[in-house]
Write a protein that binds this ligand. Sequence first.
Ligand code: ZN
Length: 130
Amino acid sequence: MIPIAYWRNRKVYTRMVGSKCKDCGAEFFPPVRVCKKCGSRNIEEKEMPKSGSLLAYTKLSEPAQEFKEYAPIYLGLIRLDNGVNVISMIADADEEKLKAGARVQATVRKWTEDGKGGLIYYGYKFRVLQ
Ligand SMILES: [Zn+2]
């Protein structure tokens, strides 16, 4: 992780602030400067809903170096309740509950840290609801 980039984008990572087009109403996450639907630049910030459904997932047994201590990592493709699709790590993953259509909710968790005593990065992860 690059600390300055993280700091600049922290509301995206912790509050899931995306974009909404003021002209056509389309919503996007991560945020965009230009509407991918109508091309408008009339964009406002919009916090995404924190709940949705799991569409699919994959298990990473050998993640990138900075995430190795958290292996295996589960990555989910999630459709938020506003229709926006997001790829997210899944917290507290239990393979028995990871099924297409399962309801999921965003929580803020530790993503990674820069070594012992370094910066700790927090961000959204989704967990499966019972
Ligand atoms: Zn638009």
